[in-house]
Design a protein around this ligand. Structure first.
Ligand code: NIG
Ligand code: FE
Length: 408
């Protein structure tokens, strides 16, 4: 049993059974001032107001000091930890060699067309030992956990051949077993056409990899975008993965690709990126279980338009935000910065952005029954802040350290 008391502000309270937030509900979250919260076996069992806790009829099990593990929050804010539903943190080395090309004006597509980009990372990954890949990737995951991420999804997609893709999936699996954060695994064989294959041959190779990949992965992803994989390729791959892996799709980053519609058709749990969308994508998503997920870190790094989160919410949809942490378009896994960009660049209110990086991003990787809100029975995967912070301040003053402790 652990009691956290003197909590200045408890935020993110949701009733049991709320697995995502849509439309106007995104602007709301439950809060309690001057609160306590009790944890048992790693789960939130109860919370309430300090005034009730110190009253003479309070049960002794929730009295401060009744347990050695009690934490005096000293007026800090307690919030659910960040959930990052879209990352590529398993990669080898870095692509800082392309940073100058980018600065000098080459676009993401131009760098890729010159054999850089994803293929560059793929060459490096296939030369790197599995142990090295694990060590490098663990460094990034640890960095993310220190910054408050308690659940994350990780994709393959830099192997681009059966051996390399399986190596990545095994490394993700080993990370799953090595960290206290929850990790979900996605097979993204269709990230780029692997070296030595024709486009057609590679799509078939991806389809052939699916049964083996499904032994490790939770999800399947396709980079359905201009210059990468078509709607037809995506349709074939998702058809082959039907009943084995739930889709999460890269869509509409570089062009209005049709990726949203093909994802919705195959009951994708999320469609991600969405830097370029029209009213047709918004209509296609209405009334579906698919979570539109936007990645402001890649808009920032590549100079792309930001997703139209506000329009999606006004249309009654939910929005999740994730980091896209990867070497080519978003070399940063800081979800607090993602939340700040949601406010600064996408004009989300701090509460909307907070819901997008907690409950909705938990939903977008299938873990919102356990993560993403302060709810009795959910995992006590929490961020305790220094005194004086609230949701507005962590987005506004977006570089000042605010975390006192991540509870995992
Ligand atoms: O989500 N868009 C495709 N994949 C990644 C980038 C991967 C890379 O460039 O290494 C993304 O942005
Ligand atoms: Fe991505």
């Amino acid at each position: 049993m652990k009691l956290i008391y003197n909590i200045g502000l408890l935020v993110g309270i949701q009733p049991e059974g709320v697995l995502r937030l849509e439309g106007a509900d995104m602007a709301r979250t439950g809060t309690l001032e001057n609160a306590w919260l009790r944890i048992e076996d790693g789960r939130i069992v109860d919370f309430g107001k300090m005034a009730d806790l110190v009253g003479h009829d309070a049960p002794s099990s929730v009295m401060p000091g009744s347990d050695r593990e009690s934490i005096d929050a000293q007026g800090g804010m307690l919030m659910p930890g960040f959930c990052d539903s879209h990352t590529h943190v398993v990669y080898a080395g870095s692509r800082d060699g392309e940073f100058l090309d980018k600065i000098n004006g080459l676009s993401y597509e131009e760098i890729a067309a010159r054999g850089g980009g994803i293929l560059n990372s793929s060459d490096l990954l296939n030369k790197t030992s599995e142990e090295q890949l694990f060590q490098q990737s663990m460094g990034r995951v640890k960095e993310m956990m220190e910054k408050g991420t308690v659940a994350l999804e990780i994709k393959s997609g830099y192997g681009l051949c059966p051996g390399g893709e399986l190596k990545m999936l095994r490394v993700i699996d080993r990370i799953k077993k090595s960290v206290p954060a929850t990790v979900k695994s996605t097979f993204l064989g269709a990230h780029a056409v692997g070296r030595g294959y024709s486009h057609e041959e590679y799509v078939q190779a991806v389809i052939d990899m699916i049964p083996k990949a499904a032994e490790y992965a939770d999800f399947v992803d396709v980079f359905c975008d201009e210059g990468f994989f078509t709607v037809e390729d995506t349709d074939r791959i998702l058809e082959a993965a039907n009943h084995l892996l739930t889709p999460k799709i890269h869509a509409n980053e570089l062009a209005v690709s049709g990726g949203v519609q093909v994802g919705v058709k195959h009951l994708a749990l999320s469609v991600d990126h969405l830097e370029r969308t029209t009213e047709a994508e918004i209509s296609a998503l209405k009334g579906t279980w698919t979570m539109p997920t936007m990645l402001p870190g890649s808009s920032f790094f590549l100079g792309l338009p930001y997703g139209r989160a506000k329009d999606f919410i006004q249309a009654g949809l939910g929005v999740a935000l994730a980091s896209d942490y990867n070497p080519g378009s978003s070399p940063c896994g800081d979800m607090r910065f993602v939340m700040a960009q949601g406010c600064i660049k996408m004009r989300l209110t701090p509460i909307e952005a907070f819901n997008a990086v907690t409950l909705n991003s938990a939903y977008a990787m299938g873990v919102s029954e356990q993560y993403g809100s302060i709810t009795r029975g959910k995992k006590a995967a929490l961020i305790l802040t220094q005194p004086g912070w609230d949701l507005t301040k962590i987005a506004y003053q977006y570089q000042t350290p605010f975390i006192r402790q991540v509870l995992l």
